[in-house]
Design a protein around this ligand. Structure first.
Ligand SMILES: *[C@@H]1O[C@H](CO)[C@@H](O)[C@H](O)[C@H]1NC(C)=O
Ligand SMILES: *[C@@H]1O[C@H](CO)[C@@H](O)[C@H](O)[C@H]1NC(C)=O
Ligand SMILES: *[C@@H]1O[C@H](CO)[C@@H](O)[C@H](O)[C@H]1NC(C)=O
Length: 241
């Protein structure tokens, strides 16, 4: 659990009702990562996963196209139809995208074997604002990204980014779904899994080794619980305790 970023833990662990859950210093993100590894013209390996900061919350069953909920709270407050919608989107995406990319590989000068990674998600900023992001990368270099919810070719992507952008920008149906996921589904999922996950993570903290607990219970708190939790975790993570 200590691999989580400190602000995320601080928010999850804040129990004091007076403590504003948005009073943290860095953003907390929820991201969905699609990776397709193109070994050759006929062989692609697809992986989809979702992450709350550094903690994996969702996996993906490639055969059934179903989302795997890795935590008891991974569904947040999404309705059944919304989960189905996400599954249909990722399933379609995972079947169609490789075909499109095979088709354009030589034109876009994608050289086998190569990897495509698409990262989309949203982030909660200190103060409570929620932003979204989308990135398309070939071999780790970004070709497309969003700014203010609109898709753009990445400045360092050259003509290849322009070409990929032209094709993606024509697909209005896909753009609409992506926009809905980024602006509506993702923020609701992020907030609701933060809320639902709180209890579970607090339970885990209760089972920390007792010398952690002794120290944890002994720190003096003058600036509010969140501040204390944050400095305690900072000490834990940096090995001072
Ligand atoms: C494609 O790559 C896979 C995995 O490395 C391999 O098993 C398969 O034989 C390859 N197919 C061709 C046509 O090269
Ligand atoms: C982002 O979009 C909003 C609404 O369309 C607009 O008012 C704002 O100026 C845009 N911001 C930037 C940085 O482009
Ligand atoms: C609790 O804090 C006090 C003052 O900082 C320190 O002297 C004491 O050893 C601490 N106790 C434990 C169990 O860490």
């Amino acid at each position: 659990m200590l691999f989580l970023k400190i602000p995320l833990l601080a928010v999850l662990l804040a129990t004091d009702d007076n403590e504003d859950a948005t009073a943290f210093q860095e953003e907390i993100s929820f991201k969905m990562i699609h990776t397709s590894s193109f070994y050759n013209y006929s062989w692609v390996k697809i992986q989809n996963s979702a992450w709350l900061d550094d903690l994996q919350t969702h996996g993906w069953d490639t055969n059934s196209g179903r989302i795997i909920f890795l935590r008891p709270w991974s569904k947040g407050n999404l309705r059944k139809e919304e989960i189905k919608e996400l599954e249909v989107f990722f399933h379609g995406f995972s079947i169609i995208m490789p075909q499109v990319i095979h088709g354009y590989a030589s034109q876009w000068k994608f050289k086998y074997p190569f990897e495509i990674q698409i990262t989309m998600g949203c982030e909660l900023h200190p103060g409570g604002a929620i932003g979204s992001f989308y990135r398309f990368a070939y071999q780790g270099s970004e070709l497309l990204h969003t700014q203010n919810n609109s898709l753009f070719p990445s400045p360092n992507g050259g003509t290849r980014a322009q070409d990929v952008y032209r094709l993606f920008n024509q697909n209005h149906a896909n753009k609409k779904i992506v926009q809905k996921i980024l602006s509506d589904t993702c923020p609701r999922l992020l907030l609701s899994i933060l809320d639902a996950g709180k209890a579970d993570l607090q339970r885990q903290v209760r089972f920390l080794p007792s010398d952690y607990k002794a120290t944890a219970l002994n720190f003096s708190c003058t600036a509010g619980l969140l501040h204390c939790v944050r400095s305690l975790l900072h000490d834990l993570v940096s090995g001072h305790l």
